[in-house]
Write a protein that binds this ligand. Structure first.
Ligand code: BES
Ligand code: MN
Ligand code: MN
Length: 455
């Protein structure tokens, strides 16, 4: 047999069993109690790559391991692609909201339910199987391939930049290919024109030296919870605009073509409401929902901590309050600049007698695609061959901070082609990946490597 597609069809049952095995490893990067599991997942990816016919190695880092796979038999004239993905997953909690256990994959109604099925183990696995299909049936790949799989994406990739810098020569590539995002709609694949960046902070407010009786002291004491609530409430005005001075100044607006492209997409508000339980009513008033998610920055409280939150009432003035606040950034903005702006803003608005401290957790720059050039065309053809329709160009509200770093360090452009569906519950209970996208995803990537060879 020398047809990779026929091979993939014939081997499908085994592919599902192997994915099941991968998804059973609870490779939660945020929790050190899972360090043995992330290690196991890295070894599993290495063994899969070796089984597919690549040379593969696991590298230790100060955090979770990096897996590097290579196949360079296509010759000097063929392009080299670097496939990036992550084998780590988000914590599965709250467990009681899962209909089947997060690390016991369950296929029902055409969906594979498990933590990591969509983000990103399932999608990384598509590439491994497409590589295997080519190498097994034809004994070669049409392009040179480097696979870079990390185990720290969900915690901000702290060790990947040093790794890439150190191994820059081995990672050199013409194009970076990533499947870690979603299609626009069922049956309608997409290529990404942008990802937002991220700047993530904790704001700590500290008041009295300990919690106090709220009757005995209330009125005379500035309550850190009240004060912090006010500060974060004032981060937006009545039109949903962020009030930090200078916050919007550096933004580089999307091109007219991009904006027209977004307007031409059909956004189904009802479907959206069914999916998330509310209408898209947040954000800046003057922009459409897709624009607000893809082309505008945000400021969101991700967590709040203060005072008594147990059962019943406790009359207490908390000594401290804390808010986790993150910003999604768009081109022109940088995490460093936003930090400066936020710091200055907090110093200005902190009420007398209240100390506000800012701690930076992690960040990443926004990314915008270079849309011209043959790579997008090659990817469009590959998607058309397996989905029967050309992809639409979409933005993405999420972040993959390493993309900009990879492009700069390797001098390559990135192609983001994802196979999750909207509503896949990434980071949430009942994460799923459609079996149809699993199967077409492998076929697409088989085509993609062929198409990229000619680009
Ligand atoms: N795969 C996601 C990013 C994403 C989400 C792309 C949805 C497309 C659609 C990635 O794993 C992720 O979750 N990134 C984090 C960033 C990080 C620094 C923790 C994010 O966006 O919050
Ligand atoms: Mn991901
Ligand atoms: Mn994620």
């Amino acid at each position: 047999m020398n047809d990779p597609l026929a091979f993939a069809a014939e081997q499908r049952g085994r592919f599902y069993r192997e994915l099941d095995e991968f998804l059973r490893i609870p490779s939660v990067s945020a929790k050190s109690e899972h360090n043995r599991d992330t290690r196991r997942a890295a070894d599993w990816v290495r063994d899969q790559l070796t089984g597919a016919g690549l040379k593969a190695e696991v590298f230790d880092t100060p955090g979770h391991p990096v897996v590097l796979g290579e196949w360079r038999g296509a010759g000097r004239d063929a392009p080299t692609i670097l496939i990036y993905g992550h084998y780590d997953v988000q914590p599965p909690e709250p467990l009681e909201l899962w209909d089947s256990p997060p690390f016991e994959p369950d296929i029902r109604d055409g969906r594979i339910y498990a933590r990591g099925s969509a983000d990103d183990k399932g999608q990384l696995f598509l590439h491994i199987k497409a590589l295997e299909a080519h190498l097994t049936t034809r004994g070669r790949l049409p392009v040179n391939v480097v696979v870079l799989a990390e185990g720290e994406e969900e915690v901000g990739s702290p060790n990947l930049v040093p790794f890439v810098r150190e191994h820059r020569d081995r990672l050199a590539a013409d194009t970076v290919v990533i499947s870690d995002s979603a299609m626009f709609a069922p049956g309608l694949p997409s290529l990404l024109f942008s990802l937002r960046g991220l700047a993530y902070f904790e704001i700590h407010a500290s008041g009295p030296s300990s919690d106090l009786h709220s009757g005995a002291y209330g009125g005379a004491i500035l309550n850190p919870a009240n004060a912090l609530a006010r500060v974060i409430g004032d981060l937006h005005d009545d039109n949903g605009r962020i009030t930090i001075p200078g916050f919007y100044d550096d933004i580089i607006e999307p091109s007219r073509e991009t904006l027209e492209g977004i307007r031409a997409l059909r956004f189904d508000a009802d479907e959206y409401a069914r999916e998330v339980g509310v209408t898209p009513s947040g954000g800046e008033r003057d922009y459409s929902a897709l624009e607000r998610m893809w082309t505008r920055p945000t400021c969101d409280v991700n967590g709040l901590l203060s005072g008594y939150t147990g059962e019943g009432a406790k009359t207490v003035l908390p000594a401290r309050a804390m808010a986790k606040v993150s910003f999604r950034l768009v081109p022109g903005q940088t995490p460093e600049r936003v930090r400066e702006q936020l710091e200055r803003h907090l110093a200005r608005v902190a009420p007398a007698g209240m100390e506000l401290t800012l701690i930076e957790l992690h960040g990443g720059r926004p990314w915008r695609a270079s849309l011209d050039g043959p790579v997008f065309e090659a990817a469009s053809r590959a998607l058309e061959r397996s989905f029967g329709t050309r992809p639409v160009l979409t933005g993405e509200g999420g972040s993959i901070p390493i993309v900009v770093e990879l492009e700069e360090m390797l001098g390559a452009n990135t192609l983001l082609v994802g196979f999750a569906l909207p509503g896949a519950n990434m980071h949430a209970p009942n994460e799923w990946f459609a079996t149809d996208c699993f199967e077409r995803g492998i076929d697409t990537l088989i085509h993609l490597y062929d198409e990229l060879a000619g680009s």
